[in-house]
Design a protein around this ligand. Structure first.
Ligand code: ADP
Ligand code: ZN
Length: 522
């Protein structure tokens, strides 16, 4: 229990030191638990105000709080602003020279600091933990706590050693903070940090002002220009790409069309990156075409759209990146443009990395489901974070607005496609398979004698483009798989065989394929 005095101290600091009039959701709850010495795990979306949750108790409690953070730039920013507010704070990381380290340590050992920020590596270095025992520590705050979890989207092995905190300081409170932690990650964080009777605070991930849409990619540049037509010329936006090369070429295309657009990726020099970011925050440039390197520390509030050219590797990534839209609470659009190729790309990547293959594949499946199922996008995102979504119709996603329809005969058509894949001995790509199915008399088809196959022309009522799209959808849903290599060929995957022989697999029936068509032109 917090006493009245503790509560008053925190509110006073909020008003007097920080100059804010009230707490944001869950800040007060977290602060009170920290003051009471109860372990906590606080999950708040980016921008939710996590730092204040540990800064205020650190400022008002006896002793020094140790803040563990993996991000040097973030530590520096926070320490700078704390110092401006008159709260004694410092950081220890690899960017400092010997003199600076000695000075900070001297301040620390003389209890002149309210907060000391350290990287996890630093904390676990040179008996540093033992040294900490000489000072009265108010509590430990572990920022980006999802990094401790193998199921988190950014696992960092050095984080797992933080377990020693509890053993070394059994009487000091430990508090985890993260912006993205689905329930299994929350459980793993609490276990890994050995939290005791921890209070869990999970903020709301519902962003009613965001409009979500997921569309399949055919010609991205054209799709992008079409999408941009629905916005005003001066609207601010971010286009995320998977590769540096794409950011450059797409930014160039946009400039040709009269948009003020610049690329942003880790291959640019530091000055160039800073310049592009500054131009964006000063609104001299409206569109940033970026890799995921862009976003750290961006708090541009009037971003009207975030468009993804390609699927991010997890739904956590997507939520964070898309969540940079509409921070001002006004309507904003999040559009995921994806294709089966992205899925293939990540699958290959996961295989090549060869570590945590199980968790990473499961994480990938979450975002595949988000993109390919006929289910309210708001609901998928909110349920992903372990929260309930009450509304039957959100009114602000393509699914709920009926912009996407499923085709009733998907199962029948799927079987035709799968048979064709097998008849073609699983040695052809999607384009060719759709040619055969739509009855093409193309030279190559004739030469191969594939016009004689029973599957030739089975889907002649549909365009080749349409059938190719269905093949991609079957791949996204795991019924088909694409081989790797220079000339990828389409093969039937495990669930595909089930679909072809329903009598044999009847009992294991869990889902049927869906074919979605976008009824709204973007
Ligand atoms: P997070 O770490 O959760 O992404 P921050 O701690 O960086 O979020 O806070 C985001 C912004 O909100 C910061 O500029 C911070 O000063 C501001 N902020 C935090 N709490 C409050 C509050 N209670 N009232 C007003 N502004 C706040
Ligand atoms: Zn919806």
């Amino acid at each position: 229990m917090t006493t009245n005095t503790q509560h008053n101290l925190a509110v006073e600091a909020l008003h007097q030191v920080w100059g804010y009039s009230e707490f944001r959701p869950l800040q007060q709850e977290t602060i009170e638990a920290i003051q009471a010495g109860t372990d906590t795990l606080t999950v708040l979306p980016t921008g939710g105000g996590k730092s204040l949750c540990y800064q205020i108790p650190a400022a008002v409690m006896q002793g020094t709080a140790i803040i563990i953070s993996p991000l040097i730039s973030l530590m520096e920013d926070q320490v700078k602003s704390l110092q401006l507010l008159g709260v004694p704070a410092a950081f220890l990381n690899s960017s400092l020279n010997g003199d600076q380290v000695r000075r900070i340590k001297s301040d620390f050992f003389n209890s002149r600091l309210k907060l000391l920020y350290v990287s996890p590596e630093r904390l676990l270095l040179d008996h540093f933990l033992e040294e900490l025992k000489q000072v009265h520590i108010s509590f430990f705050a572990v920022d980006e706590a999802h990094c401790i979890s193998q199921w988190g989207h950014d696992f960092r092995p050095e984080y797992t050693k933080l377990r020693t905190l509890r053993e070394t300081f059994p009487d000091v409170g430990i508090h985890g903070f993260t912006a993205t932690a689905p329930p299994e990650v929350q459980r793993e964080i609490m276990g890994q940090l050995a939290l005791r009777d921890a209070q869990l605070f999970v903020g709301s991930y519902h962003r009613p002002n965001l409009f979500y849409r997921a569309v399949r990619r055919n010609k991205f540049n054209k799709q992008l220009l079409d999408i941009l037509k629905q916005f005003h010329r001066g609207d601010m936006g971010i286009v995320y790409c998977l590769t540096r090369r794409e950011t450059e070429s797409i930014a160039a295309v946009l400039r040709e069309q009269g948009y003020k657009a610049l690329p942003y990726h880790a291959g640019l020099s530091q000055e160039q990156r800073k310049r592009n970011q500054d131009l964006f925050s000063q609104e001299q440039v409206q569109i940033i075409v970026a890799t995921v390197a862009f976003g750290m520390g961006i708090d541009q509030s009037n971003v009207r759209f975030v468009i993804h050219n390609g699927m991010p590797r997890t739904l956590s990534h997507y939520q964070q990146e898309a969540g940079r839209a509409g921070r001002d609470g006004l309507p904003a659009h999040c559009i995921l443009v994806f294709s089966a190729k992205d899925i293939q790309f990540w699958k290959r990547m996961i295989e090549e990395e060869g570590v945590l293959v199980g968790p990473r594949t499961a994480q990938l499946q979450d975002i595949i489901n988000y993109a390919t199922q006929l289910k309210c996008r708001h609901r998928v995102l909110i349920e992903y974070f372990g929260q309930a979504f009450e509304k039957a119709n959100c009114g602000s996603c393509d699914i709920c607005l009926g912009e996407v329809e499923s085709i009733g005969e998907a199962r029948t058509y799927s079987r035709m496609i799968l048979s064709a894949v097998l008849k073609l001995r699983q040695t052809f790509g999607g384009a060719y398979i759709s040619q055969v199915l739509t009855g093409s008399k193309d030279q190559k088809v004739m030469r191969n004698g594939h016009d004689q196959l029973s599957v030739h022309g089975l889907l002649k009522d549909f365009s080749q483009h349409q059938v190719h799209d269905w093949i991609n959808q079957l791949e996204s849903q795991g019924y088909l798989a694409r081989s790797t290599g220079e000339y990828p060929v389409i093969k039937v995957a495990g669930p595909g065989f089930w679909l072809l022989r329903p009598e044999k697999y009847e009992k294991s029936e869990k889902d049927v394929p869906v074919f979605l068509i976008e009824t709204r032109r973007q």
